[in-house]
Design a protein around this ligand. Sequence first.
Ligand SMILES: NC(=O)c1ccc[n+]([C@@H]2O[C@H](COP(=O)([O-])OP(=O)(O)OC[C@H]3O[C@@H](n4cnc5c(N)ncnc54)[C@H](O)[C@@H]3O)[C@@H](O)[C@H]2O)c1
Length: 356
Amino acid sequence: MSKNYKISIIKGDGIGPEIIDEAIKVLDIVSSCCGFTLEYEEYLMGGIAIDTVGKPLPQETIDGVLNSDACLFGAIGGAKWDTLPRELRPESGLLKFRETMGVYANLRPAVIYDELINASSLKPEIIEGVDIMVVRELIGGIYFGNPRGNNGQKAYNTMVYTKDEILRIGKKAFEIAISRDKRVCSVDKANVLEVSQLWRDTMTELSASYPEVELTHMYVDNAAMQLVRNPKQFDVIVTGNIFGDILSDTASMVVGSIGLLPSASTGEKTAIYEPIHGSAPDITGLGIANPIATIQSAVMMLRYSLGEEEAANMIETSIKKVLKEGYRTQDIAVFDAKHIVSTSEMGDIISSFIGK
Ligand SMILES: NC(=O)c1ccc[n+]([C@@H]2O[C@H](COP(=O)([O-])OP(=O)(O)OC[C@H]3O[C@@H](n4cnc5c(N)ncnc54)[C@H](O)[C@@H]3O)[C@@H](O)[C@H]2O)c1
């Protein structure tokens, strides 16, 4: 009997529905090639949930995701909801969602495609061979800390990490490094912030349990500079919520476009797979969004949550062939693009190259 997996789908707002539809298109083809089935159940979150049921994170969405084998997520947010009180906005729903799901480790690979070396704003010799894994702590730090507030004259947020939270994400980073080049760079701001000093001391203490892995520390301002100056020096970068958010966007431009970078958010209960970008309101509905980050997120889902390695490899091979043939969405189209294609055409072409 063929295996069947339950996948919860959250399309969200802006380009979310456009890019998720392309990932589903590709998943349907690859699953039929590899002899398993995927059963999708769609749930609301973000602005569309506010418009439909009056809140950004319905309980039905939480229950549905917890009852599925994995969740594929698009993006949420948009100007339409930016004037709502903060706790009612789409972004609050997303933070609450991640916290409720306990997905503390956000894995963001930034790997250069040889075919896209010219799409980066950096010189080919600087980016050739870049293969970085950013391990970002996702449910702590300044996005979640209390007290927080804004009375119109004074506003404040709190960056807080406990030792246990740092140990938990640190272990994840060291374990990932063991299967890679065995180097972890821990990024903080220990020269200024107490919370970063605890982060640094804890990482140093933890490294004693992983003698095969080399640990280095870097201040976040230097890390931002080094990512652009010499990205090849990095293997695994482990860092807190806000620093990881910013550094992984920097890493995305190193490899060409934010439309290429997938992510996996994992914890003990479930895993959520989503592109690192947002809902891109400036290009919504134009049919030009790059679906590759979302399709690559589906690849991570096949590999990490479903154990369907063959299917994951087939999609990756297809994406490489499509890029090699010169198909590009606008964000990665440079002088070597042979065919500039729309979002749905990119999904069609990747699907058609599967198994070829
Ligand atoms: N996980 C999420 O759902 C998430 C993450 C970040 C931002 N947001 C929300 O998204 C909204 C827009 O935020 P933003 O503009 O700062 O960030 P964004 O990532 O949506 O867009 C930044 C830039 O990258 C481009 N871009 C993004 N994805 C692309 C793709 N697949 N193909 C081609 N170009 C792409 C956009 O057109 C834009 O110019 C906000 O409401 C924000 O809160 C949501």
